[in-house]
Design a binder for this molecule. Sequence first.
Ligand code: NDP
Ligand code: MG
Length: 397
Amino acid sequence: MHSLTLLIMRKNLAILGSTGSIGTQALEVVDAHPHLFNVTVLSGHSNSALLTEQALKFQPEAVVVTDTAAYEKVKNNLGHTAIRVMEGQEALCEAVQWDTVDFVLAAIVGFAGLHSTLAAVRAGKQVGVANKETLVVAGALITEAAGKHNSMLVPVDSEHSALFQCLTGENYGDIEKIILTASGGPFLGKKTNFLINVKKSHALQHPNWNMGAKITIDSATLMNKGLEMIEAKWLFGLDNDQIEVIIHPQSIIHSLVQFKDGSMKAQMGLPDMKLPIQYAMGYPARLSNDFKRFSFKDYAKLTFEQPDAKTFRNLQLATDAMYKGGNMPCIMNAANEEVVNAFLNNRVGFLEMTDIIEKTMEKVSFTEQPGLEELEATNTEARKVALQFLKQSPLYS
Ligand code: NDP
Ligand code: MG
């Protein structure tokens, strides 16, 4: 009887972006709970070696590869197995809809994850949302589709997982405000004269979290927190003025909700992404694990301070984009993806990134209620505009 219950509860997963930081940690969670999770679909972009290794270990029904050269390699590597190897975005959108998939972990980075996330939502799947950029770009479309197709969005981002956990058993209408915590990143307390000389190697050193390259740069510029404000707005149906940010350098309190009676709830724990990943995958169950536990003995104090949006102007730009709405968050996100990519290739300065995002937001045409096609057009146009500005940087060659 006991084993039958477990068998019925076993969730079939599609892990999109399985070769990334979130994806690999999700597979560690699967590894620790093989009786609860079964991997049906894995997807990667360029890392053919890791994707092959994961496929051989987890034996999914299919593997989807979005980069053509990597696809050829994976296809060749898995030719002797029964695993289906599929190529491209459309294959990704098809696989997430299969009846053999219960839960889709959206862990592709950036706008590239939009279509597959939307396909999973439209198929009524439970979707673990790590890919915050899709909610920033198309939060209105995604949440509307989730309501229509009875798809449940479960946050994976640690702050949003914290809010989601605080809100369990609560009425969302009773929220007065939410407070997102931010570590402040590696340059907390620094001013413009320091930031102007910052290089990629400094920016990639995050004090508390070990993450993919793009989000690590976003954390250093505070764009990450800006994206997370917009992500929270859509996940929890909030008004713009209900969303606040506080700097908490120790990253122990992962976020807070204040209710209409003034009572506040916070969720805390050591900074380890496997916890929110496991919570999302296991939801509504809370699964046991052997992760390191927080102890007050290790933390003499937990501190809080106001963010410095005058120095870290990306936070202000994201706030402006959130208030403006329409396709503005999409414009901002596209420009940000371009400049971060250039920064990771040493082709633009740290502070220049913000200037280019701002100029792109001023230049690209605004639409109040964009549909999917308009968002795609905005994304393409904003990237082009940002690239033109990037080419004027002395570092760009
Ligand atoms: P990584 O860069 O580590 O991984 C990104 C994944 O997406 C990889 O599997 C990569 O494949 C794949 N990918 C890249 N480009 C494309 C593309 N064009 N089409 C399809 N797949 C693609 O990122 P993270 O794991 O750090 O982040 C993933 C998402 O989760 C981001 O949106 C991030 O903001 C969010 N997140 C991450 C956290 C973290 O701790 N890392 C915390 C909270 C949120 P390959 O490597 O094979 O090229
Ligand atoms: Mg986060």
